[in-house]
Design a protein around this ligand. Structure first.
Ligand code: PBG
Length: 329
């Protein structure tokens, strides 16, 4: 009888040998928590399409930040919910030194200087049409004028104390323009996390509910600047350009339907590569958990491990607090 010469099951038999040959680890230090901040005091507002995620006022945000820090999560990614009256065609609230994002950054850095603060650089929370940039009379998002606005926004974030500015707008040339302006203003250590391969994804729906841009965008779409989900080679070109312009880290977004992109970017460039498990990925898992169709803890940790295995150095995830608790417990 010809027995198998190699028995892969031998190493799987006991927990100790499974642990010894485990290739990928997942720890709280791999996670970044996205947070939604709104005006007010002592406000915690549920987001129906993102159960368990809330819009919080700055005072409440500090408590969330303390929890994240205590759990070993290295950084938060901040998303402001702009009141409708502060939105405009020129998005000027985006670089208001006393805007919500800028105040939130200052409060966070004062309360918890060690916790990294990442800000979103894009105009969609501030425009009346919900696009990430400035539009011409036909509604087309114009590149170079938008880049000028993004530079002002990024500088205002750096001045407020943001550790990392993260352009999520997908304009051409914005990373280089932001880097140059940061250098001129002496913010040499402000890092840039480029949303380099950001796809025009339907999985952003719940996020647009959360920041209140869904109604502004209406039936509009972002196909003229975000990437076509069918493309992979183009993602490498986007990443190459952003690195060349001075990005310190690059991101692939969304995560789960784009793990091949995460793998190719990591293999090709060998640079800090982040993945964003976006709002729709969160919402669909939560919906399954609410119906007891999937086991929450097991599925969340498996999904995050899969994103790490694909090559992500860190993951932006709305599950960060729970996952960190499970990983520590
Ligand atoms: C805005 C921005 C979006 C997300 C992060 N920054 C939405 C969009 O591009 O429409 C999506 C995040 C998520 O879905 O969790 N520039």
């Amino acid at each position: 009888m010809a027995y198998p010469h190699t028995r892969l099951r031998r190493m799987r038999r006991d927990a100790f040998s499974r642990a010894l040959m485990r290739e990928t680890d997942l720890t709280p230090s791999d996670l970044i928590l996205p947070v939604f901040v709104r005006e007010g005091r002592d406000v915690v507002e549920a987001i129906p399409s993102m159960p368990g995620v809330e819009r919080v006022s700055i005072d409440r945000l500090l408590r969330v930040a303390e929890q994240a820090h205590a759990l070993g999560i290295p950084a938060l990614a901040l998303f402001p919910v702009t009141p409708p009256e502060a939105k405009s065609l020129d998005a000027s609230e985006a670089w208001n030194p006393d805007g919500l994002a800028q105040r939130a950054v200052r409060a966070l850095k004062q309360a918890l200087p060690e916790l990294g603060v990442i800000t979103d650089v894009a105009l969609d929370p501030f425009t009346t049409h919900g696009q990430d940039g400035l539009v011409d009379e036909r509604g087309y998002v114009v590149n170079d004028a938008t880049v000028e606005a993004l530079v002002k926004q990024a500088i205002s974030h750096a001045e407020a104390g943001a550790d990392v500015v993260a352009p999520s707008d997908m304009m051409d040339g914005r990373v280089g323009a932001i880097r140059a302006a940061l250098e001129v203003d002496g913010h040499v250590n402000t890092r840039i996390l480029a949303y380099a391969a950001k796809y025009a994804s339907a999985f952003y729906g719940p996020f647009r509910d959360a920041v209140g841009s869904a109604g502004n965008l209406g039936k509009g779409n972002k196909y003229t600047y975000q990437m076509d989900p069918a493309n992979a080679d183009e993602a490498l070109r986007e990443v190459a350009l952003d690195l060349d312009e001075g990005a310190d880290m690059v991101m692939v977004k969304p995560a789960m339907p784009y793990l091949d992109i995460v793998r190719r970017v990591k293999e090709h460039f060998g640079v800090p590569t982040l993945a964003y498990q976006v709002s729709g990925e969160y919402a669909m898992l939560k919906a399954a958990f609410a119906n007891s169709w999937l086991d929450e803890r097991a599925c969340v940790l498996e999904a995050l491990t899969g994103i790490r295995r694909a090559g992500a150095d860190a993951i932006l995830t709305y599950f960060a607090l729970d996952a960190a608790r499970w990983l520590r417990g």
